[in-house]
Design a protein around this ligand. Structure first.
Ligand SMILES: [Zn+2]
Ligand SMILES: [Zn+2]
Length: 153
């Protein structure tokens, strides 16, 4: 269904993925990376903390946030700033667009046109681009469908 998840790097185990990005694989880091890889729904640091803290009582919110920040600095995850209320994280580091539904808050993955992808390797006005983010906002198809159903009833 989601082809972007099958791309290179996505099938790797959390431990190997940390090593590949020069991150020392502690127990907590492995758990956080594993959660991120198994939940491609762009969770926030709070979401991950809430999910992991019952099984990891020594985990703190600060640790989760700092770990996620480290992942993004090392290129092991993407940090998304599409939602001004939350910072969200994505284990899929391939180039793809994101769509935020202003009504339900869900962040969807969208394919990115080839022409847009080519920009990444360009030097723009002498600057070297290493990250490109494409953010779209609006009302998602699920919320639109709900609107229609209400109108029919
Ligand atoms: Zn929605
Ligand atoms: Zn994504």
């Amino acid at each position: 269904m989601n082809t972007s998840l099958e791309r290179k790097g996505q099938m790797m185990k959390p431990y190997e993925r940390l090593l590949e990005h020069n991150i020392k694989p502690s127990m907590q880091r492995i758990a956080i990376m594993q959660y991120l890889m198994e939940h491609p729904i762009h969770p926030s640091a709070d979401d991950i903390y809430t999910a992991l803290s019952p099984s990891m009582p020594t985990l703190s919110k600060t640790t989760v946030y700092n770990t996620l920040k480290l992942f993004s600095e090392q290129g092991a995850a993407q940090m998304l700033t599409i939602d001004e209320k939350n910072t969200n994280f994505d284990a899929d580091t391939s180039i793809h667009s994101h769509f935020l539904c202003k009504r339900c808050g869900h962040i969807y993955d969208l394919q990115c046109p080839e022409a847009v992808k080519r920009v990444e390797s360009l030097e723009m006005d002498g600057h070297q681009v290493s990250e490109v983010h494409y953010y779209y906002k609006g009302i998602c198809k699920n919320c639109l469908r709900k609107d229609k159903e209400i109108r029919i009833d």
